[in-house]
Design a binder for this molecule. Structure first.
Ligand code: BT5
Length: 335
């Protein structure tokens, strides 16, 4: 496994600064002398950096006595591409990009235990043991989707931790809308749907004691350029990706940056104003709001009209005659 490509914003490596310079003038020539002077290195060092970047898949043209030209960015996650110019307040100041890991959540959890700062995040190209809820698996083929985990350290009681799942659902829905113009829907508790098919899943994990949260790992899996043949046959729900829903490949780095921006805005809003705004947007985007639903709970099921979510994340069902039932976990289908 390759070592993580990590960076703090403001302390990026020479290589990342070189990419940033070339990216700023993408499609046009930059002279070797200018690159050398901006990076404060020799022209031989510039040449070596160009070689390294080409080996990583950057398409850089070199014309003697004119300079270098970056034609297009490879669709690979690097800390520099994910964070340079990002104006987020809390999220994405420290980023790790990994080629392969078991689960970004597991890795982020260990990193948080070791003291990683709020907003630190991990992005992987591939997961070998991507986690869903209740021991289920998240299909994580290489190089086509986004698998990421963000470390948050809000000062809230553990009972409110699930609010962050709803926050991240709204962030993912906003992201899909911004990038594709499509209108995703949220299915309680943690699925994002496009045309009734699951395009993203969320898994939050927490470390806490009775009266306080140490940290919450917000895990997000979003299918971006996943093809039909990359989905296994036995998924619990029909699934899709942005590629399948729009008919065209989508730039993953742009999706990730948009997601971090929305997450950051919503998290700021959450810390300063509480959960209500987020609940309202969640309800507005909910697939089953005010609809008659059936929730499979254990061996049986409960039916009622979905009316919203409680502060602790419970789904509220109107069972008629003024009776409201709180559902803590279960699978919802519309009737
Ligand atoms: C989820 O679980 O939807 C949570 C998925 C969270 C994944 C992210 S990726 C980054 C971070 N690191 C991790 O290890 N996990 C998080 P659940 O509601 O239990 O749904 C799991 C079910 O969705 C599976 O049993 C399959 O039926 C289906 N599924 C698996 N992979 C899928 C995919 N790529 N797209 C759509 N559906 C999938």
């Amino acid at each position: 496994m390759r070592e993580p490509d990590a960076a703090s914003r403001g302390t990026s490596s020479l290589e990342q600064r070189m990419v940033a310079l070339l990216r700023d003038s993408i499609g046009s020539m930059v002279s070797g002398a200018e690159l050398a002077s901006r990076l404060n290195v020799s022209r031989t060092a510039v040449w070596k950096l160009i070689h390294r970047l080409r080996a990583k898949g950057y398409s850089i043209e070199a014309i003697p006595s004119r300079g270098y030209c970056l034609h297009e960015l490879p669709d690979v996650f690097t800390p520099g591409d994910l964070t340079s110019g990002l104006t987020t307040r809390r999220i994405g100041h420290i980023v790790q990009c990994i080629t392969e890991t078991d689960s970004t959540n597991t890795r982020a959890y260990r990193w948080a235990e070791a003291g990683a700062a709020e907003g630190s995040l991990i992005v992987a190209e591939r997961q070998t043991a991507g986690k869903g809820r209740l021991g289920r698996r998240w299909e994580s083929p290489s190089g086509v989707n986004l698998y990421c985990s963000v470390i948050l350290r809000p000062t809230i009681p553990p009972a409110k931790a699930s609010q962050l799942t709803f926050l991240s659902a709204v962030a993912v829905a906003r992201t899909i809308e911004t990038v594709t113009g499509l209108a995703p829907q949220i299915k309680w508790p943690n699925d994002i749907l496009l045309n009734g098919r699951k395009v993203a899943g969320l898994l939050n994990e927490m470390s806490a004691e009775t009266d306080g949260v140490h940290f919450i790992i917000v895990g997000i899996g979003l299918n971006i350029n996943m093809r039909l043949d990359q989905f296994p046959d036995d998924l619990r729900y029909p699934a899709t990706s942005l590629l399948l829903a729009t008919g065209a490949p989508v730039a993953r780095v742009a999706v990730a940056r948009t997601l971090f921006t929305h997450l950051d805005q919503l998290y700021e809003e959450y810390l300063s104003q509480g959960f209500n705004h987020i609940r309202q947007e969640w309800v507005r985007r909910s697939a089953f709001q005010n609809r008659m639903v059936r929730v499979a709970v254990g061996d049986g099921y409960v039916e009622g009209v979905a009316t919203g979510i409680a502060d602790d994340g419970a789904l509220l069902l109107d069972r008629g005659q003024g009776q409201t039932e709180r559902i803590i976990s279960g699978d919802v289908t519309a009737l």
